[in-house]
Design a protein around this ligand. Sequence first.
Ligand code: AMP
Length: 415
Amino acid sequence: METDTATIEVANTSAFADLGLPEFILKAVADAGYTQPTPIQEQAIPQLLEGKDIIGGAQTGTGKTAAFALPIIARLHKHGKTRALIMEPTRELAQQVYDALQVFAKHTNLRTALLYGGVRYGKQREQIQRGADIIVATPGRLLDFLGQRLLKLDSIETLVLDEADRMLDMGFMPDVRKIIGFTPRKRQSLLFSATVPPAIDSLSQWMLHEPVTIRIGSGTSTADTITHSIYPVDDRQKFDLLVAILDQTDYDSALIFTRTKHGADTIARWLEHRGHNIGILHSDRTQKERERAMADFRSGKSRLLVATDIVARGIDISGISHVINYDIPQHPEDYVHRIGRTGRANRDGEAVTLYTAGEQDFLRGIERFIGQKIPHSKLEDFDYNWTPVLEANSADKPKRRNRSPISSRGRKGRR
Ligand code: AMP
């Protein structure tokens, strides 16, 4: 049986109190059920309380949010001017950080504004006008407010740029640089990025002052609580194989990734047709639809969520037992981000990737990036069409033929 407790990696036994956090934070942390800081919290919190700049290589799932949020709240303590700005690449991440701030700041009178695009300005404008100590925002909407002179950033003391590599991929860097230009030169700056390509390196040199580097795991690492498997299949049988995998797997909840929005819609429609309750998440869905899909998935109302890479980074949905790559990710980093949605906080997770002819280079790229070969698998009782990738498979793993790698924990009895 899988344990339900959120046991998270603990490097040693020092508790939150030893990190120098004030009582009102310790109370909130205890209310949240955290007993021990995670490694990144242990390393970052004392440095941030001292006002140091940080460049952090930790991914989401490591406790990164609390690592930066707790010292910010501790330092702000009481309601005043807008003194902290946290930039996030997606609305979902911004919402998640905002929610975490509400929990951690519950014993203070600090106010937070959440600003992202795709929704009306009214409520967000009100939040700004009421006076927000902390702003959590995506770059586009934040720049809108700055352009309209509805918001000033000249009292910012702490600036957090989260998921900077994702910002870069999404083309936000010019906006991010402009926004940073609105903040005072003398400030505390934090930059988090799973990978550090040259553009992020130059940004960090520009925005950070004598930063402390914190790396938790490497940017290419995957949790060792995750079982990986590759399912070679003929292109025309992908959907049938997906259905068979779902039928034979005892998943709590599964996140299914497709390459395109259209692909996500199609798979979702087909699965729905087969009686599954499905959520869909991609950037053409309205904000309301996205929120609903996340809420239903979180609550367990829908146990399957079909998504494009928009949610691959950062979204913290606990208890995802399976990540299924319906389409193999074309960028190796996306593989790491996608499967990072499972196996979180030391729970077991399974990452299943469908693999068709012509995708060999992508697979090799992923294996090189994560530094391990992913075992090939065949599903029992599935009537495979011949495809060259199946041949390659049998040479690799003769013993595993006709055996599903879905672990004994994850398999239903034979039917
Ligand atoms: P994050 O990396 O910030 O997305 O956090 C991942 C998950 O770990 C979230 O569900 C947090 O609530 C949880 N978490 C963060 N810090 C701790 C901690 N010290 N103890 C237990 N759970 C934690």
